[in-house]
Every structure is written in structure tokens, then in C-alpha cells.
Design a protein around this ligand. Structure first.
Ligand code: SAM
Ligand code: SF4
Length: 497
């Protein structure tokens, strides 16, 4: 057998072993998954023309940080009145403040491989895209990328890659270890979330042992037929809807408490997808007592060598995008909501106040793109085109000028405040206490180590305001906070509550 054939046959064997049927069926109820397409449409249609009084009752329920039921979310999806929309937008911002105050957590993605066995029609990494220059970073290259990211001031990473035997769980584990080991001076990456393929419980358990923050998988679309249409190769693991849908269930069973869900908006009707996200959150709550740690809302972007975007009839306009963000915020009030740099700077400015809790910045999505040798040709290793290319310093300065404190806190999973525990704390407003303190400490560190003069000035104003609030509202912890704060000013790092 020649080398190419041997390679193809190894890949085929690997692909055949990915999906474990019994790790889908164990979660089904009466042989069915929890997304009933017809029922979702019935609910959307059945809640048309909602009474304004009912909408205001639903808003009041969200403000008590309670998850909405599907009929309530469906009613919000049917609001037409502009005044009611204004009330919804305001309430979404208020819910976010009640749970997460004025904090925004930042992170940056690290793409370490674009090899992929799948053929998702919308993605530049798809196997059939001949224009894509394929690459997997070696562990030395991962180290270099990590150093470049640490020098930019990043503390939290989101690891991304295609699905391929060359970037399987074992390699991901090596990448995780390499990143955690890499330090420059006082800089280091303290939390790594991963956005990688759906995996078996065994592989997820192994990754959990190495240490991950959130395991994030997007369903892309909850609509069964559309899912089949955009993942047309039946041999590819990702074409299996059920395998994808229960990724987070398997993660929970593997001991990973923090899971993220998401939809790629633009593949199917956005109202249906919002209902899908809600059903997913409710099912996780029902089966594991804890909902998703985060919800992501990527919107379909143009991608090199990938004409799909021109053929979908479901692209989401900016106005609808704002509506869906606000409705998700009201429907699942305790969950983190992630807005990525796929969107333009201007749109991010408008959407963040509607309930966003996390945003990436200083983002590069080419493979090896943080290193110095990245050039135009390397742009062909990108998964899609980026909308907000601003650097971390500029992004953080703008947030500070608008009253937000950037949090680099990574304490949660290192002190066991994850999963059900963190959800309980969030629901009763207690997690906010830890977060507020840790946001101040980590922001102090970041301003001292990385900020430009201009950003430092904007940041100092926010920190002073936070310190004043803490001294008034949490007098019992204030002395400890000021002690930590002083030690950080004197050069100590990584002190947290
Ligand atoms: N390959 C893994 C997977 O599919 O789950 C990892 C995720 S991929 C690196 C991250 C996400 O990017 C995908 O889940 C998809 O939602 C999103 N994505 C793919 N193509 C996109 C495009 N053209 N525009 C915006 N987002 C896209
Ligand atoms: Fe591969 Fe993920 Fe892109 Fe699909 S979305 S082609 S699985 S990288």
C-alpha cells in the first residue's frame, strides 16, 4: 500500500471510531432527543400577538433572575411594538447588571490547527476547501504563540481547532500542558477554555484531568433538517445531530462542570434557534441540575473559498441580532453570554449593553497568527473574516470609558466555584461578590503590567469607583481586599478570593 492510501485508511478508521452510539442513546427519552421541531414552531406561532401586559410580566420574572419557560420566550420573540422592545432592551441590561454588575470578561482564541475531516458548508476549514492552507502548530509553535499572547496581556484563552486525528484529544492535552507551562516574567495563561469537536466521555475525562475551564460546543443549528443540509457528508462525525446535541451531557458525565452552548446564527430562522438554546439550557438543568455556563452567539461571516453565505436565506440583520441577544439574556438570566470579534467594533458597542458578559479582544484567528512571522499568505489559514480587529488595550480602554471593568479573573474553577455551585451563587447574587473583588485585583495587575498610559488613566477611574463601592457595600471584606491590592501594587501576582 502506498503512503497516501495508508494515511487515508488510518483516517477512515479513526473517523469510524469517533461517534459512540451508546453515548447518544443513553440520553434520549423514548428514543427522541429534546428538540421537537414541530413543537417549537407551534410555540412560536401559538404566542403571536402577545398582550403588552403579559410581556411586562415576563420581563418582571426575568428581573428576578428566573429562567423563562418556552411559551414566555416565544412570546418575547413575537413582540412587534417598538416601545416594548425598548423595555426589553433596558431589562436585558438590568438583568446583566444584577447578575454580573459592570464586569466584562475578556479572552482571546488560539487556533492551533485547521485540519478537518468534516465538511460543514459554512466553514473555511471544511475538508473540501482546496484554497485553505492546512497547518497544525507544533508544541514549540504553540509555546511561541502563547508567549506572544501573554505579552499582549492575555490571561484567558479559548483553544480552537478542526476535527482531525492529528488534533485529537491526546494532542489537545499536550497543547493544554504546553500553554499552562509557558510563562514570561510575571505573565501566564491561567484559564484555557476549549471550543473543539464533540467527544466521547473517555476523551473528555482525560482533558478534564489536564485542566480545562469551559468545554464549548455550538450546535450550529437546532433544526434537524437544516443540520443535515449544512453537514452533508454522512461519513463525517459532525453530520450526526445527536452526537453533537449531547456533547455537553457527555462533558457533564465526564466531570466537566462548566459547559458552553451556542448557535451559528444565519443557518436557520433565528427565532427557532433561540428556542433551541432555551430547550438545551432547560434540558441540562433538568438532567444535571445545572444549565450552561455560557451561551455563544456567533453570526455567519464570509469565509475564504466558502460560498455558502451567499445561498442561505436566514442571514440575521443587526436589528434582529440585538433582539435575539436581549431575549437570550432575559430567557437564561444567570448564564454568561459571549460576543466575539466576528462582529464589527460599532455593533459590539451597541450589543454589549444588552447583556453581554464576555468578549474576545486582540483576536487573531489565523493558525500561528499571534507570532511575528504571520503574513498575508497566512491569512488563508483563517476560519472566517474578523469584524473587530482592535487590540486588547484599545478595547479595554473603550470599555473603561463606558463604565465597564474588564475582569481577568480565573479564580472560579481553581477554587471549585464551577457548575452547580457557581450557578447557585449566581442565582442568589453571591458569586458577584467574589467576582467584583477579583475583577479589581486582576484589573489592577493588568493595568500595571500591560496598559498604555491612556488606558491606565481610564482604568484608574473605574478601579477607584469599584473600591468605593466595595468599601460601602462589603465593609467586612474591604480590609482584606486593600491588603491584596497593596501587595499587587508592590509586585505580587495572582492573589484572589
Ligand atoms: N471544529 C470544531 C467544531 O466545529 O465544533 C471547533 C469549532 S470551530 C473552530 C468554532 C465555531 O466557528 C464553529 O462551531 C462555528 O459555529 C463557527 N464558524 C464556522 N464557520 C464560521 C463562519 N463562516 N462564520 C462565523 N462562524 C463560523
Ligand atoms: Fe471543521 Fe469545525 Fe469548521 Fe466544521 S466548523 S469544518 S468541524 S472546523
Amino acid at each position: 500500500m502506498n503512503a497516501n492510501l495508508a494515511c487515508a485508511s488510518l483516517e477512515k478508521n479513526w473517523i469510524e471510531g469517533v461517534v459512540k452510539k451508546d453515548e447518544i442513546t443513553r440520553y434520549l427519552i423514548d428514543g427522541k432527543d429534546f428538540i421537537n421541531d414541530e413543537k417549537i414552531w407551534d410555540r412560536i406561532i401559538g404566542n403571536e400577538n402577545p398582550d403588552p401586559g403579559r410581556i411586562r410580566d415576563i420581563i418582571r420574572k426575568s428581573l428576578t433572575v428566573e429562567t423563562l419557560d418556552p411559551d414566555e420566550t416565544a412570546a418575547l420573540l413575537n413582540v412587534q411594538d417598538e416601545d416594548l422592545w425598548r423595555e426589553i432592551f433596558e431589562a436585558a441590561g438590568e438583568v446583566k447588571r444584577r447578575v454580573y454588575d459592570n464586569r466584562i470578561v475578556t479572552f482571546a482564541p488560539l487556533y492551533f490547527g485547521n485540519l478537518c475531516v468534516n465538511d460543514c458548508l459554512y466553514c473555511a476549514f471544511r475538508k473540501d476547501n482546496g484554497t485553505e492552507v492546512r497547518k497544525r502548530l507544533s508544541l514549540d509553535q504553540v509555546r511561541e504563540e502563547t508567549k506572544a499572547m501573554i505579552s499582549m496581556g492575555h490571561k484567558r484563552l479559548m483553544l480552537d481547532c478542526g476535527e482531525h486525528p492529528g488534533t485529537d484529544a491526546d494532542y489537545i492535552a499536550d497543547v493544554l500542558r504546553t500553554i499552562y507551562e509557558t510563562k514570561i516574567g510575571r505573565g501566564e495563561i491561567r484559564r484555557i477554555n476549549i471550543n473543539v469537536a464533540s467527544m466521547s466521555i473517555e476523551k473528555l475525562r482525560m482533558l478534564n484531568e489536564v485542566g480545562i475551564g469551559t468545554y464549548q460546543v455550538f450546535q450550529e443549528t437546532y433544526h434537524h433538517k437544516t443540520y443535515r443540509d449544512v453537514h452533508p457528508n454522512p461519513e463525517a462525525p459532525k453530520s450526526n445531530y445527536g452526537w453533537r446535541l449531547y456533547s455537553q451531557h457527555r462533558a457533564m458525565d465526564a466531570g466537566i462542570d462548566d459547559v458552553g452552548i451556542g448557535v451559528l446564527f444565519g443557518l436557520y430562522d433565528w427565532r427557532f434557534e433561540v428556542m433551541g438554546l432555551l430547550y438545551h439550557a432547560l434540558n441540562l438543568e433538568e438532567q444535571f441540575g445545572v444549565g450552561p455556563h455560557t451561551i455563544s452567539i456567533p453570526r455567519l461571516q464570509p469565509a475564504e473559498g466558502t460560498p455558502f453565505i451567499g445561498s442561505t436565506g436566514y442571514r440575521v440583520c443587526d436589528d434582529d441580532f440585538k433582539k435575539l441577544v436581549a431575549i437570550i439574556r432575559l430567557s437564561v438570566p444567570y448564564t454568561g453570554l459571549i460576543l466575539t470579534a466576528r462582529e464589527s467594533a460599532q455593533l459590539r458597542r451597541e450589543v454589549i449593553p444588552l447583556g453581554i458578559t464576555q468578549a474576545d479582544a486582540g483576536t487573531r484567528i489565523g493558525i500561528g497568527a499571534y507570532g511575528e512571522r504571520y503574513d498575508e499568505q497566512e491569512a488563508k489559514r483563517q476560519q472566517f473574516l474578523l469584524g473587530d480587529p482592535r487590540g486588547l488595550d484599545e478595547f479595554i480602554r473603550e470599555l473603561a470609558e463606558r463604565g465597564y471593568i474588564t475582569s481577568f479573573c480565573t479564580a472560579g474553577y481553581r477554587c471549585g466555584r464551577t457548575g452547580e455551585h457557581i450557578m447557585q451563587l449566581l442565582k442568589c447574587g453571591q458569586e458577584g461578590r467574589f467576582c467584583k473583588l477579583n475583577a479589581v485585583l486582576t484589573f489592577r495587575e493588568w493595568l500595571d503590567d500591560f496598559a498604555s498610559e491612556q488606558t491606565k488613566q481610564a482604568g484608574e477611574r473605574i478601579i477607584q469607583k469599584e473600591l468605593d463601592e466595595i468599601s460601602r457595600e462589603m465593609p467586612s471584606v474591604y480590609p482584606k481586599l486593600t491588603e491584596y491590592y497593596k501587595r499587587i501594587e508592590d509586585g505580587e501576582r495572582d492573589l484572589f478570593f
